[in-house]
Design a protein around this ligand. Structure first.
Ligand code: XMP
Length: 518
């Protein structure tokens, strides 16, 4: 792999993704990694990320300088560039002058591998206080800005490179090209990592792990569990059984997509557990959001465990071979943020939705553990899964249950499902699925307002539209949908959905609002 060293800002994941966009496999490691640990991983190259601090700050993230002597090509970015300069005998000046945002840079050494084929004048994204004022001995300066004399440097013999700007962000015009130049030209790493390879590698790995064992997988209807299941199925066929829980809080057509489209595309053995009644009963009269979530989580686990127990008994009755493995659709960001992988900082511990109990008696299979979401989608497409599943936007585990403000009843669910289907259809027809991160449709079941329809007075409920744009759901902005589209959605909902006489738009960013209403 190429190692991306995380100095504690959010840049490492973005860099790791950009390296993979250059068809090179990357892994994120903590800045505390030692030269011996690096050697054991045998990387083809190393990228040092940006970071939050000055190299002179108290507690500035350190880095083992012996790593520069391993003969492995290294690219330092921003803070990583300064770490490199300091470690190798250059000078980093604490000028107090800050360079932030789009900045013109002059490339003086377009002949160097790192900046090959790049224009002399270009715009890059800067975000730094300190600057490298003197390159280390043996390094040549490749670029400068008005306030930063050393904006990029190189030592071709040692294959050590650095840039002050952030090539991983789109605001740097030729940023991806800098990364690709480093990977392919300077470090000589081939561009040979792609969906096909990942599938082949995972299939081999799953076969080795499972042998002739039996495997169970819970499908949620979402992208991750679907792709994980399809991969495992490709590897071991009917040794896999999938379980789909219909708790009645799903959106229109989701169960059919899993039961028909997904099964048709993959050929997996699927057991649907219909617990719609059970969930409605458990949720009766409950309107507090946290209580709803707890009940839904508890019932979900109960259902899944019961299904497992039945399948295990069944499997044992057939050939005495119990189910030993459980598939989980864990993604790389979950692993990195939970402090897994190669020892990065523990930012938060992720629970997979419907949180499986601690004392689970299964060995886990997590074929997506090394992948980012867009890579999972690409693999799903390569495996022939339907676009409705592979391109699906995020949908919360507790489903429509947390989009009814008020208590949950069958009628309210049906009403919301109908309104939600209209919104999704119209957003798709308008070609906005990619632009919108997700668009919760919320029923204010405890609110009524007066309206007039035909000749009569109505006293109905409002539907809230919550279209948001986001990179990662941590922050979000409300999406400026075209007025004509909003008008069409509003007309359709008030005309077609009984009981709704008003449609309102949520124009709150996150923070302060969360994406979901509950
Ligand atoms: P909030 O409402 O916290 O949502 O801004 C952030 C993202 O998480 C999704 N979400 C959930 N997903 N189980 C999930 O699997 C949940 O309980 C849950 N609550 C919120 C939400 O749809 C958004 O994408």
């Amino acid at each position: 792999p190429v190692l991306v060293v995380d100095f504690g800002a959010q840049y490492a994941q973005l860099i790791a993704r950009r390296v993979r966009e250059a068809s090179v496999y990357s892994e994120i490691v903590a800045h505390t990694i030692t030269a011996a640990e690096v050697q054991a991983l045998n990387p083809l190259g190393i990228v040092l990320s940006g970071g939050p601090s000055s190299v002179y700050a108290d507690g500035a993230p350190a880095f083992d300088p012996a790593i520069f002597d391993l003969g492995i090509p290294v690219l330092g970015i921003c803070y990583g560039f300064q770490v490199m300069a300091t470690a190798l005998g250059g000078t980093v000046a604490h000028t107090g002058a800050r360079e932030y945002g789009s900045t013109p840079v002059t490339v003086s050494a377009a002949g160097n591998a790192l900046l090959a084929d790049q224009p002399t004048d270009q715009t890059v994204w800067m975000s730094h206080g300190d600057s490298v004022s003197e390159a280390p001995a043996g390094f040549s300066v490749l670029a400068s800005t008005a306030s930063t004399p050393v904006a990029a440097f190189a030592n071709d013999t040692r294959r050590l490179y650095g840039v002050q700007w952030h090539p991983e962000v789109r605001h740097s015009e030729f940023g991806q090209n800098v990364l690709e130049n480093f990977l392919h030209r300077a470090a000589g790493i081939p561009a040979d990592w792609n969906s096909g390879n990942v599938i082949a590698e995972q299939v081999a790995r799953i076969r080795a792990q499972v042998g002739t064992g039996k495997v169970i997988c819970g499908l949620s209807g979402g992208v991750d569990s679907a792709v994980a299941a399809a991969l495992v199925h490709k590897a071991i066929g009917d040794q896999l059984v999938c379980v789909f829980v219909d708790h009645g809080l799903l959106r229109q057509d989701e169960r059919r997509q899993v039961e028909e489209d997904f099964v048709l595309a993959t050929g997996v053995r699927l057991v649907t557990v219909d617990v719609r009644e059970q969930f409605l009963t458990a949720l009766e009269g409950v309107s507090d959001p946290e209580t709803k979530r707890k009940i839904i989580g508890r019932e979900f686990i109960r259902t899944f465990e019961q299904a497992q127990a039945e399948l295990i008994t069944e499997a044992a009755a057939i050939d005495g071979d119990p189910i030993r493995f459980l598939v989980q659709g864990t993604l790389y960001p979950d692993v990195v943020e939970s402090g897994g992988g190669s020892g990065t900082a523990n930012i938060k511990s992720h629970h997979n939705v419907g949180g499986l109990p601690d004392d689970l008696q299964f060995e886990l299979i997590e074929p997506l553990r090394t992948l980012f979401k867009d890579e999972v989608r690409a693999i799903g497409a390569e495996l022939g899964l339907p676009a409705e599943i592979v391109q699906r936007q995020p949908f919360p585990g507790p489903g429509l249950g947390i989009r009814i403000v008020g208590s949950i009843t069958q009628d309210r669910l049906d009403l919301l499902r109908h309104a939600d289907a209209i919104v999704r259809a119209e957003l798709t027809a308008a070609g906005l699925d990619r632009e919108i991160w997700q668009c919760p449709v919320v029923l204010l079941a405890d609110v009524r307002s007066v309206g007039v329809q035909g000749d009569g007075r109505t006293y109905g409920h409002p539907i809230v539209l919550r279209p948001v744009s986001s990179e990662d759901a941590m922050t979000a902005d409300w999406t400026r949908l075209p007025y004509d589209l909003l008008a069409k959605i509003s007309n359709r909902i008030t005309n077609e959905v009984d009981g709704v006489n008003r449609v309102v738009l949520d124009v709150t960013s996150k923070p302060p609002g969360t994406i979901e209403w509950e």
